[in-house]
Design a binder for this molecule. Structure first.
Ligand code: NAD
Length: 495
């Protein structure tokens, strides 16, 4: 069993506590590696390294173009098939995400690094038209400072990338604290950035429990920005703690996204989108289309079609190429998914597929849940309001566009939404009416490094990907310079 260290100041660093945590392979149900159990001392060390790198080290003296070149090299290393294969396997082992999906992700992640590599030297301030004749007014766009990135277990390499690439392009340095349930891929990736020529201390990774090593990062006076991906409950705690020192905050939280199918949709396409939207990654996605809103005129027919497809999904070893659904990543999450299935049954939703732990050859002893579909769900039920983060779909009927919007928006979240229709006018009307940071029309789960994503309402604050992402790590400074010679005649008059 491999024992990992923190990654601080460009080197391995043993935990100050002298303690490690086991990290489990959710498919095999056994510990496969040990990660450091970090504490405040480790957090302080990592922040000191990041602070030094940002303010005194070579990073602080590099031009934006030089920073961009390093980011490009990181992309190249990530694209190297040897590294991609190793990182994909490590993450799949750590959180049970199927290897096929990891391969797809690893093919795409370098594009994020290349995009922000190119953006690094396109950050421009402005010279402002000013109302004072003897004055020059300008703005600088400056890196915000040391960033603490706290991430969830479902896609650690993706979170590493979509937070660190724009932060580094802006000139910031980062201390990353991945989830204690899946830290290994982040530790391995951080080490790779050194090979790309990233100066020591620019990216640091400390691991351990949120309360023991995450919280000291949030409270640290030398951390300027928190970027968090995780549950809304923890997000609210982190937001409150960050407010005490007025830190800048970005929050990527939960969702209860509506995937809305109209009677005029291409139903084959919509069916694939509905299935992929909830059963992909075993439903462990913040953007899961967990509420399937189907127009009542086609509800019965569409439900049959969907069941036909969902019944055939192949559960199994995430490393096998034909597996479509892997295990639930963590024991508490497994319990949570089963709990919500129980809640849905108790509140009168009708279970028409699954609804139990999945067992059988290749599944026993692991945390598998059957792809589960509930119908007769009303939007006021807990199963329609709360995030399950598992392979559990709720089908809700609607009569017309107005009702679809009303139900779609009737949750505390606003992360994503799907609309399936052939009517272009309806597609546009729906995309405007839905309160969600991302609306997909005739597709679901489409992402791009060029397109911002983030939450409305209680799904979060701030945006990742696209140009907006770099602005999350920049702050505007205004500069006013007097061009007048000699002393003003009355120093107390406002100029
Ligand atoms: P979580 O909130 O339990 O943990 C997230 C991170 O915060 C972990 O690294 C954890 O150790 C840390 N943490 C916990 N307590 C802390 C504290 N007091 N101070 C500082 N850090 C602390 O979330 P999770 O269970 O790992 O992830 C699942 C959740 O993530 C789901 O709700 C899902 O919707 C959300 N998520 C959101 C997005 C998005 O982009 N919107 C993407 C993926 C996952």
């Amino acid at each position: 069993m491999k024992t990992y260290q923190h990654w601080i100041n460009g080197a391995h660093s043993a935990p100050a506590s002298g303690e490690w945590l086991d990290t489990e392979d959710p498919y095999r149900g056994e510990a496969w590696a040990r990660i450091p159990r970090g504490n405040k001392e480790d957090a302080d060390l990592a922040v000191a390294a990041a602070h030094h790198a940002m303010h005194h080290g070579p990073w602080s003296k590099m031009t934006a173009s030089e920073r961009g070149r390093i980011l490009r090299k990181i992309g190249d290393l990530l694209a190297d098939p040897k590294n991609a294969q190793r990182l994909a396997e490590v993450e799949s082992r750590d959180n049970g995400k199927i290897l096929a999906e990891m391969h797809g992700q690893l093919k795409y992640l370098p594009e994020h690094w290349y995009y922000f590599a190119g953006l690094a030297d396109k950050v421009e301030g402005a010279v402002l038209p000013v109302d004072k004749p003897d004055m020059l007014a300008m703005t600088y766009r400056e890196p915000i400072g040391v960033v603490a990135a706290l991430t969830a277990w479902n896609s650690p390499l993706m979170f590493f990338t979509i937070k660190c690439a724009p932060a580094l392009a802006a000139g910031c340095s980062v201390v990353l604290k991945p989830s204690e349930f899946a830290s290994v891929s982040s530790l391995e990736f951080a080490e790779l950035t050194k090979e790309a020529g990233l100066p020591d201390g620019v990216i640091n990774v400390v691991t351990g429990l949120g309360t023991e090593v995450g919280s000291p990062l949030v409270e640290h006076p030398d951390v300027a920005k928190i970027t968090f991906t995780g549950s809304d409950k923890t997000g609210a705690k982190v937001y409150e703690a960050a407010a005490r020192t007025m830190k800048r905050v970005a929050m990527e939280l939960g969702g209860k996204s509506p995937n809305i199918v109209f009677e005029d949709a291409d139903l084959d396409q919509a069916c694939v989108g509905a299935v992929a939207g909830i059963f992909g990654a075993a439903g462990q996605m913040c953007t899961a289309g967990s509420r399937l809103l189907v127009q009542n005129s086609i509800k019965e027919k569409f439900t049959e079609r969907l069941l036909g497809m969902a019944r055939d999904l192949k559960l199994g070893d995430p490393m096998k190429p034909d597996t479509q659904i892997g295990p639930i990543a963590t024991p508490p999450q497994y319990e949570k998914v089963l709990h919500y299935i129980g809640v849905a049954k108790a509140e009168g939703a009708r279970c028409i597929l699954g609804g139990e732990p999945a067992t059988g050859p290749g599944l026993d002893g692991s945390q598998f849940v059957q792809p589960t579909v509930f119908t007769d769900v009303t939007n006021r039920m807990q199963i329609a309001q709360e995030e399950v983060f598992g392979p559990v779909l709720s089908i809700i009927g609607f009569d017309d566009e107005e009702e679809a919007v009303q139900i779609g928006n009737d949750v505390i979240y606003g992360l994503a939404a799907g609309v399936w229709t052939r009517d272009i006018g309806r597609a546009i009307r729906m995309s405007k009416a839905l309160k969600a940071g991302m609306v997909w029309v005739n597709t679901y789960r489409a992402y791009s490094f060029l397109v911002p994503i983030g939450g409305m309402k209680q799904s979060g604050l701030g945006r990742e990907s696209g140009i907006e992402a770099i602005n999350e790590y920049l702050e505007t400074k205004s500069v006013m310079i007097s061009t007048e010679s000699g002393a003003p005649s009355n120093p107390f008059l406002q100029r």
